[in-house]
Design a protein around this ligand. Structure first.
Ligand code: HPA
Length: 271
Protein backbone atom coordinates (compact mmCIF):
# COMPACT_ATOMS: atom_id res chain seq x y z
CA UNK A 1 0.00 0.00 0.00
CA UNK A 2 1.22 3.49 -0.88
CA UNK A 3 0.96 5.74 2.19
CA UNK A 4 1.88 8.93 0.33
CA UNK A 5 -1.68 10.29 -0.21
CA UNK A 6 -2.58 9.60 3.43
CA UNK A 7 0.64 11.23 4.60
CA UNK A 8 -0.01 14.34 2.50
CA UNK A 9 -3.57 14.54 3.84
CA UNK A 10 -2.34 14.36 7.42
CA UNK A 11 0.37 16.93 6.80
CA UNK A 12 -2.29 19.34 5.51
CA UNK A 13 -4.86 18.72 8.24
CA UNK A 14 -3.15 18.05 11.54
CA UNK A 15 -2.44 20.94 13.91
CA UNK A 16 1.00 19.72 15.05
CA UNK A 17 3.45 16.84 14.87
CA UNK A 18 2.70 14.59 17.84
CA UNK A 19 5.52 13.40 20.07
CA UNK A 20 3.67 10.26 21.09
CA UNK A 21 1.22 7.92 19.32
CA UNK A 22 -1.02 5.67 21.39
CA UNK A 23 -2.83 2.79 19.70
CA UNK A 24 -5.88 1.69 21.67
CA UNK A 25 -6.68 -2.01 21.47
CA UNK A 26 -10.03 -3.82 21.71
CA UNK A 27 -12.23 -2.30 24.39
CA UNK A 28 -9.56 0.14 25.58
CA UNK A 29 -11.09 3.10 23.79
CA UNK A 30 -12.04 5.25 26.78
CA UNK A 31 -8.95 7.43 26.40
CA UNK A 32 -10.32 8.49 23.00
CA UNK A 33 -13.59 9.59 24.59
CA UNK A 34 -12.15 12.07 27.05
CA UNK A 35 -12.42 15.85 26.75
CA UNK A 36 -8.87 16.34 25.44
CA UNK A 37 -9.47 13.95 22.54
CA UNK A 38 -12.85 15.53 21.78
CA UNK A 39 -11.35 18.99 21.56
CA UNK A 40 -8.52 17.78 19.32
CA UNK A 41 -8.48 17.26 15.56
CA UNK A 42 -10.29 14.09 14.58
CA UNK A 43 -9.31 12.20 11.44
CA UNK A 44 -11.20 9.05 10.55
CA UNK A 45 -9.50 6.25 8.64
CA UNK A 46 -11.98 6.75 5.79
CA UNK A 47 -10.53 10.20 5.17
CA UNK A 48 -7.14 8.64 4.43
CA UNK A 49 -6.87 7.39 0.88
CA UNK A 50 -6.10 3.67 0.77
CA UNK A 51 -7.59 3.02 4.23
CA UNK A 52 -10.76 0.86 4.24
CA UNK A 53 -13.63 1.25 6.69
CA UNK A 54 -13.29 -0.36 10.11
CA UNK A 55 -15.20 -3.55 10.69
CA UNK A 56 -14.32 -5.14 14.05
CA UNK A 57 -16.68 -4.37 16.93
CA UNK A 58 -14.94 -2.36 19.63
CA UNK A 59 -12.75 -0.52 17.14
CA UNK A 60 -13.74 2.88 15.89
CA UNK A 61 -11.12 3.72 13.25
CA UNK A 62 -10.12 7.23 14.20
CA UNK A 63 -7.07 9.29 15.02
CA UNK A 64 -7.32 12.15 17.52
CA UNK A 65 -4.54 14.72 17.43
CA UNK A 66 -4.77 16.37 20.81
CA UNK A 67 -2.91 17.94 23.73
CA UNK A 68 -2.71 15.62 26.70
CA UNK A 69 -1.08 16.57 29.99
CA UNK A 70 0.69 19.35 28.03
CA UNK A 71 2.06 16.87 25.48
CA UNK A 72 1.21 16.60 21.81
CA UNK A 73 -0.28 13.19 21.25
CA UNK A 74 -2.13 11.23 18.59
CA UNK A 75 -4.57 8.68 19.95
CA UNK A 76 -5.54 5.98 17.50
CA UNK A 77 -8.80 4.21 18.33
CA UNK A 78 -8.91 1.03 16.30
CA UNK A 79 -6.38 -0.71 14.12
CA UNK A 80 -6.20 -3.06 11.14
CA UNK A 81 -5.66 -6.72 11.92
CA UNK A 82 -4.05 -9.29 9.66
CA UNK A 83 -6.97 -11.68 10.34
CA UNK A 84 -9.34 -9.27 8.62
CA UNK A 85 -7.59 -10.21 5.39
CA UNK A 86 -5.78 -6.90 5.03
CA UNK A 87 -2.29 -6.86 3.57
CA UNK A 88 0.47 -6.38 6.14
CA UNK A 89 1.27 -3.05 4.48
CA UNK A 90 -2.13 -1.75 5.64
CA UNK A 91 -1.82 -3.32 9.10
CA UNK A 92 1.35 -1.29 9.65
CA UNK A 93 0.39 1.79 7.59
CA UNK A 94 -0.38 3.91 10.70
CA UNK A 95 3.15 3.18 11.99
CA UNK A 96 4.66 4.22 8.66
CA UNK A 97 2.59 7.42 8.81
CA UNK A 98 3.67 8.24 12.37
CA UNK A 99 7.28 7.51 11.50
CA UNK A 100 7.17 9.77 8.43
CA UNK A 101 5.42 12.54 10.40
CA UNK A 102 8.24 12.54 12.93
CA UNK A 103 6.49 10.92 15.91
CA UNK A 104 9.14 9.79 18.40
CA UNK A 105 7.40 7.22 20.57
CA UNK A 106 4.62 4.69 20.11
CA UNK A 107 2.58 3.04 22.87
CA UNK A 108 0.78 -0.03 21.55
CA UNK A 109 -2.03 -1.57 23.57
CA UNK A 110 -4.00 -4.74 23.09
CA UNK A 111 -6.28 -7.32 24.63
CA UNK A 112 -4.58 -10.64 25.29
CA UNK A 113 -5.14 -14.06 26.78
CA UNK A 114 -2.96 -15.26 29.66
CA UNK A 115 -0.79 -18.32 29.06
CA UNK A 116 -0.63 -19.30 32.71
CA UNK A 117 -2.45 -18.61 35.93
CA UNK A 118 0.49 -16.38 37.02
CA UNK A 119 -1.38 -13.61 35.19
CA UNK A 120 -4.74 -12.42 36.39
CA UNK A 121 -7.73 -11.58 34.27
CA UNK A 122 -8.26 -7.84 34.54
CA UNK A 123 -4.58 -6.99 34.97
CA UNK A 124 -2.32 -4.88 32.76
CA UNK A 125 1.05 -6.23 31.60
CA UNK A 126 3.94 -4.20 30.24
CA UNK A 127 5.35 -5.96 27.18
CA UNK A 128 9.04 -6.79 27.75
CA UNK A 129 9.48 -8.66 24.48
CA UNK A 130 7.48 -10.54 21.88
CA UNK A 131 7.50 -13.79 19.92
CA UNK A 132 6.27 -13.46 16.36
CA UNK A 133 4.14 -16.48 15.49
CA UNK A 134 2.18 -14.75 12.75
CA UNK A 135 4.09 -16.72 10.13
CA UNK A 136 5.14 -13.58 8.30
CA UNK A 137 7.01 -10.35 8.83
CA UNK A 138 5.77 -6.86 7.92
CA UNK A 139 9.19 -5.96 6.49
CA UNK A 140 9.08 -8.66 3.80
CA UNK A 141 9.41 -7.00 0.40
CA UNK A 142 11.57 -4.15 -0.84
CA UNK A 143 13.16 -2.35 2.09
CA UNK A 144 11.45 0.92 3.04
CA UNK A 145 14.34 3.33 3.44
CA UNK A 146 15.89 4.81 5.50
CA UNK A 147 15.17 1.86 7.80
CA UNK A 148 17.81 -0.89 7.71
CA UNK A 149 17.21 -4.09 5.71
CA UNK A 150 17.91 -6.22 8.79
CA UNK A 151 16.80 -4.16 11.79
CA UNK A 152 17.96 -5.17 15.24
CA UNK A 153 15.20 -6.29 17.60
CA UNK A 154 17.35 -6.87 20.70
CA UNK A 155 15.66 -4.14 22.72
CA UNK A 156 12.49 -3.64 20.76
CA UNK A 157 10.42 -2.58 23.77
CA UNK A 158 12.38 0.35 25.17
CA UNK A 159 13.71 -0.24 28.68
CA UNK A 160 13.19 3.33 29.91
CA UNK A 161 9.63 3.42 28.63
CA UNK A 162 8.92 0.08 30.30
CA UNK A 163 10.15 1.47 33.59
CA UNK A 164 8.10 4.62 33.10
CA UNK A 165 4.98 2.53 32.50
CA UNK A 166 5.59 0.50 35.65
CA UNK A 167 6.19 3.73 37.61
CA UNK A 168 2.99 5.20 36.17
CA UNK A 169 1.15 2.06 37.30
CA UNK A 170 2.55 2.40 40.85
CA UNK A 171 1.32 6.00 41.03
CA UNK A 172 -2.13 4.63 40.22
CA UNK A 173 -1.74 1.88 42.85
CA UNK A 174 -1.52 -0.77 40.14
CA UNK A 175 1.19 -3.42 40.08
CA UNK A 176 2.01 -3.77 36.41
CA UNK A 177 3.87 -6.99 35.69
CA UNK A 178 6.13 -7.44 32.70
CA UNK A 179 6.03 -10.27 30.22
CA UNK A 180 6.37 -11.69 26.74
CA UNK A 181 3.59 -11.22 24.19
CA UNK A 182 3.08 -14.02 21.69
CA UNK A 183 1.62 -12.65 18.46
CA UNK A 184 -0.61 -14.97 16.41
CA UNK A 185 -2.83 -14.22 13.43
CA UNK A 186 -6.15 -15.44 14.78
CA UNK A 187 -9.02 -15.14 14.19
CA UNK A 188 -9.64 -18.51 15.85
CA UNK A 189 -8.62 -18.58 19.47
CA UNK A 190 -5.91 -21.09 20.35
CA UNK A 191 -6.30 -24.74 21.20
CA UNK A 192 -5.29 -25.82 24.72
CA UNK A 193 -2.23 -27.56 23.19
CA UNK A 194 -1.16 -24.29 21.54
CA UNK A 195 -1.54 -22.40 24.81
CA UNK A 196 0.68 -24.99 26.53
CA UNK A 197 3.22 -24.80 23.68
CA UNK A 198 3.36 -20.97 23.80
CA UNK A 199 3.93 -21.10 27.57
CA UNK A 200 6.78 -23.56 27.02
CA UNK A 201 8.23 -21.21 24.40
CA UNK A 202 8.49 -18.49 27.02
CA UNK A 203 5.34 -16.49 26.39
CA UNK A 204 3.15 -14.90 29.06
CA UNK A 205 0.19 -13.70 27.00
CA UNK A 206 -1.13 -14.24 23.48
CA UNK A 207 -2.89 -11.85 21.14
CA UNK A 208 -3.68 -11.07 17.51
CA UNK A 209 -2.08 -7.66 16.98
CA UNK A 210 0.84 -5.47 18.07
CA UNK A 211 3.77 -7.56 16.72
CA UNK A 212 3.78 -6.16 13.15
CA UNK A 213 3.24 -2.61 14.42
CA UNK A 214 6.09 -2.91 16.92
CA UNK A 215 8.48 -4.20 14.24
CA UNK A 216 7.61 -1.41 11.82
CA UNK A 217 7.68 1.30 14.50
CA UNK A 218 11.22 0.20 15.33
CA UNK A 219 12.12 0.09 11.62
CA UNK A 220 10.87 3.70 11.42
CA UNK A 221 13.26 4.61 14.23
CA UNK A 222 10.57 5.23 16.84
CA UNK A 223 10.78 4.11 20.47
CA UNK A 224 8.28 1.37 21.22
CA UNK A 225 6.30 0.51 24.34
CA UNK A 226 3.41 -1.90 24.77
CA UNK A 227 0.74 -2.81 27.28
CA UNK A 228 -1.46 -5.89 27.22
CA UNK A 229 -4.78 -6.00 28.97
CA UNK A 230 -5.32 -9.57 30.17
CA UNK A 231 -8.93 -10.24 29.22
CA UNK A 232 -9.10 -14.01 29.65
CA UNK A 233 -7.17 -17.10 30.54
CA UNK A 234 -5.86 -18.92 27.47
CA UNK A 235 -7.82 -21.88 26.14
CA UNK A 236 -7.76 -24.94 28.37
CA UNK A 237 -6.50 -23.18 31.51
CA UNK A 238 -10.01 -22.87 32.89
CA UNK A 239 -12.84 -25.25 32.24
CA UNK A 240 -14.68 -22.85 29.93
CA UNK A 241 -14.79 -21.56 26.38
CA UNK A 242 -13.51 -18.18 25.17
CA UNK A 243 -15.90 -15.60 23.78
CA UNK A 244 -14.90 -12.36 22.04
CA UNK A 245 -17.70 -10.58 23.92
CA UNK A 246 -16.08 -11.50 27.26
CA UNK A 247 -12.78 -10.15 25.89
CA UNK A 248 -14.46 -6.80 25.14
CA UNK A 249 -16.37 -6.71 28.45
CA UNK A 250 -13.21 -7.25 30.49
CA UNK A 251 -11.12 -4.75 28.53
CA UNK A 252 -13.88 -2.16 28.91
CA UNK A 253 -13.80 -2.77 32.66
CA UNK A 254 -10.04 -2.19 32.69
CA UNK A 255 -10.24 0.76 30.34
CA UNK A 256 -10.59 3.30 33.17
CA UNK A 257 -7.47 1.95 34.94
CA UNK A 258 -5.60 1.99 31.67
CA UNK A 259 -6.63 5.61 31.12
CA UNK A 260 -5.20 6.61 34.52
CA UNK A 261 -1.92 4.82 33.80
CA UNK A 262 -1.71 6.35 30.33
CA UNK A 263 -2.28 9.87 31.72
CA UNK A 264 0.44 9.38 34.31
CA UNK A 265 2.78 7.96 31.66
CA UNK A 266 2.14 10.88 29.29
CA UNK A 267 2.67 13.41 32.11
CA UNK A 268 6.03 11.93 33.07
CA UNK A 269 7.35 11.08 29.62
CA UNK A 270 10.49 13.06 28.80
CA UNK A 271 11.65 13.88 25.29
N1 HPA B 1 -6.01 -15.41 22.30
C1 HPA B 1 -5.66 -14.61 21.29
N2 HPA B 1 -5.97 -13.32 21.27
C2 HPA B 1 -6.65 -12.82 22.30
C3 HPA B 1 -7.05 -13.61 23.37
C4 HPA B 1 -6.71 -14.99 23.38
O1 HPA B 1 -7.02 -15.76 24.30
N3 HPA B 1 -7.73 -12.81 24.24
C5 HPA B 1 -7.72 -11.56 23.69
N4 HPA B 1 -7.08 -11.56 22.52
Amino acid sequence: MDIKPALEFLQQHIPFIPELAIVLGSGLGSLAQCQEAKSGTEISFQQLRGFPEQSVIGHSGKMFFCEFEKKKVVIQAGRFHYYEGHPMSLVVAPMRLYGRLGVKTVLLTNAAGALSSDKQVGSLMVIRDHINLQGTNPLIGPNVKPGPRFPDMTSLYDRDLRQQLIAAGSKCNLMLGEGVYVGVTGPSFETPAEIKAFRTLGGDVVGMSTVPEAIVAKHEGMLVAGISCVTNMGAGILNKTIDHKDVLDISETISASFERVAREFIREIAY
